[in-house]
Structure formats: C-alpha cells, structure tokens
Design a protein around this ligand. Structure first.
Ligand SMILES: Nc1ncnc2c1ncn2[C@@H]1O[C@H](COP(=O)(O)O)[C@@H](OP(=O)(O)O)[C@H]1O
Ligand SMILES: [Mg+2]
Ligand SMILES: [Mg+2]
Ligand SMILES: [Mg+2]
Length: 354
C-alpha cells in the first residue's frame, strides 16, 4: 500500500488532537479569541495544531505544513499559553506504542510554540506539503454542533492522503442524516469517527478511539439514480456560502427535501459515506479566497469514495498555488454519475445572476 506510514501518522495525530478538542469542549473554558478577520479561535485550535505539527515533524522532519493558526496570541499571553500547555500535556493516546509513533508528549513550552508556528509554509506545486485545519467549523465547535480536525498530505500540489476527525458524527456509516445533526450533536454514545483516504486506494471510516487505531471499513458514495431524491449539505453559516443560490440549485434539480446544514468538512465526510449526496458551497463574496486547509482532506476522501469535486464553474480545485484556492470560486461535490447534471444547473444559476 502506498503512503502507509503517512496515513498511519496522520490518523494517530488527528486522533490524538481530536481527543484534545473534546476535552476542551467538556471541561475547560474554551479561551475564545477573535482573529483579525473577526472569526473565532480557541485553545482547542491552538492545542490541536501544535500536537499535529509535532507529530508530523517527529516522523517527517523535512515536510512542510500549511496550518491555519500560529503562535502569536500565545506568545503575547502567558495565561493562554499555560492553558494550551495543560491541554497538550494531558492529551495522550492510551496505547503507548501508538503514542510513541507520533513522538510522545510535546517536551516544553518553547517546543509547543515552535510546533504551533511551524505551519507557515507558503504552499506550492512542488514536494510534500501538509494542509492542516486543527478545528474546522470553530463556530460549530463553540455551538456544540459539527466540527472536524482536518489533515491532508499534498504531493506536488495534489491532495494525496486525507484524514478527518469528526467527534460528533455517528459511527454508523448508514445512519441517516437529518437537520438535527448540525444543531445539537454533542459527542455521546455511538459518536466519533475518523475518515481517511489515500489517492488510488479508496476511502475508509473507523470509530475514534482513545488508544490506537480501530479497524477500518471501506466507505463509498451513494449511487444516486434519481437526483430529485438527493440530500444536499451546506454550511450552517450564511456568511460562508450562499443559501439562496443553493436553494435555487436544489429546486432546479427537483430536490424537495430540506438541506442538511452542518459546519465543517463533516459535510465532505457525510457525502463520502453516502449519508448525504451533494455538497454545495456557492460563494457569497467575490473577493473571498477559500483556504486549502478547509478542503484538501475532504476532497481526497470524496474523490476516493467515488465523487467528483470542482469549483462552481466546474474547474478542478488547484491546491498548488499557495495557501488559498485563489483560482477557484466556491465548491461543488457530488457522486460522479450525477456530477454533470449538478454542475450544469450550478452554472445556470450563477449565469442568471451575471
Ligand atoms: N466568507 C467566507 N466564505 C467561505 N468560507 C469562509 C468565509 N469566512 C470563513 N470561512 C471559512 O469557513 C470555514 C468553515 O466552513 P463551514 O461553513 O463549512 O463550517 C472556516 O473554517 P474555520 O472554522 O476552520 O475557521 C473558515 O475558514
Ligand atoms: Mg478559523
Ligand atoms: Mg476551517
Ligand atoms: Mg480552523
């Protein structure tokens, strides 16, 4: 199997970091700050990024990382730094062999800051670069809804290994999606999944565990024959994608079921396992550039589960031009069989607005 060590490292790193985020949700104040773009960030985001980068650098010291967060806020605030330090030292996998594989605990507060600051790669078309979103859907995380810990290895600008930790999705790949999934999904019995894919080798899911890795099972998208029966997923946040355009597209496709709204790349995971069918993310603003860490892992998982993903104009997403998808606008993901129909209608709806 290709990229075996990369996949194992990514799975263990994401598993450990996802446990950290759960511990923030249940027992700490979330230490929420507001970033310069007015979006929230928490001690969970900082802790998860530091732990994942430390894991990657332990196994693959030469690899670069494009990570969403950095250590500026922690360098400026000792109390915040101490909170994150307590979190990362408590987040250990119970299986010591697994924990050792990703380097064991972070050694010092300086090492914590260094790891957190090692996600500053500019990205690019050459070599091995990891794209990391320590908590995707921070707003969902704060609400007790869906969120995901997201990590992908890009090789020469192409997402090649992808892992998503989704603590609030049901373990059962067949569990039906309904609108409550995005609203009140706090982790309980039967929740918590790790999704993964390696290019050319299919996609899998496995239950999240506190120890080593559980056994995986293959996942695939649903074989949609009648598009009007499809379930479509979209963001909870109206500021992240155009609910209005998405409703028009669904209506033109003959879809009568309400959309399932959920935060984060849990949307990619949910369509990849066939719980939903389509993911529509139509832009709300002309100037916003989608970030590579918001999509890289989800895209390879959907592709390997039998789906196609492009931007709203039908252009392939180009992950090789930096930290953002600046040559693309919006995202559309669907099973291959119905993708041409979906993108035709997306173009129609966008065209009518010109
Ligand atoms: N105007 C905008 N358009 C599209 N995406 C946006 C946006 N503003 C923020 N985002 C991104 O939307 C992500 C969440 O996506 P979703 O709506 O699918 O949950 C955020 O990730 P973070 O939560 O990691 O910051 C953020 O990067
Ligand atoms: Mg963010
Ligand atoms: Mg994100
Ligand atoms: Mg994030």
């Amino acid at each position: 199997m290709a990229y075996e060590k990369e996949l194992e490292t990514a799975l263990l790193a994401v598993q450990r970091a996802t446990l950290l985020t759960k511990s923030v949700f249940t027992s700490h104040s979330k230490g929420t700050l507001t970033k310069s773009d007015a979006s929230p960030v928490t001690i969970g985001d900082f802790g998860a990024q530091a732990l994942i980068i430390a894991s990657i650098k332990h196994v693959f010291p030469e690899d670069e990382v494009v990570g969403e967060e950095d250590a500026d806020d922690l360098r400026a605030d000792e109390t915040l730094r101490d909170l994150v330090w307590d979190l990362v030292t408590a987040a250990k996998l119970e299986d010591s062999v697994a924990e050792d594989k990703i380097g064991g605990p972070i050694k010092s507060k300086d090492a914590l800051l260094e790891a957190l600051d090692s996600g500053k790669s500019a990205g690019g078309r050459k070599g091995r670069i990891w794209a990391l979103d320590p908590i995707d859907g921070t707003k969902g995380f704060l609400r007790g809804g869906q969120y995901a810990v997201c990590l992908a290895l890009m090789v020469d600008g192409v997402p090649t290994v992808g892992v998503l930790g989704c603590p609030n999705l049901p373990v059962d790949d067949k569990a039906p999606l309904d609108s409550s999934i995005g609203a009140d999904a706090d982790s309980g019995e039967g929740k918590g999944v790790l999704f993964s894919a390696v290019k050319g080798e299919g996609a899998s899911s496995r239950p999240l565990s506190k120890a080593g890795l559980q056994e995986a099972q293959k996942i695939s998208m649903k074989d949609v024959t009648d598009i009007s029966e499809a379930t479509f997923c979209e963001s909870v946040e109206a500021g992240h994608s155009s609910h209005g355009d998405q409703a028009s597209i669904a209506s033109k496709l003959g879809i009568t079921k309400a959309s399932v709204r959920m935060d984060s790349q849990a949307k990619y995971a949910s369509i990849a396992r066939g719980a939903g069918d389509l993911y529509l993310r139509l832009p709300v603003s002309k100037s916003y550039e989608e970030k590579i860490w918001d999509h890289a892992a989800g895209v390879v998982i959907v592709q390997e589960a039998g789906g196609e993903v492009t931007d709203a104009h039908g252009k392939p997403l180009d992950f090789g031009i930096g930290r953002t998808l600046k040559e693309n606008k919006g995202v559309v993901a669907a099973p291959k069989s119905v993708f041409p129909k979906v993108i035709e209608v997306v173009k129609e709806v966008l065209g009518a607005k010109q």
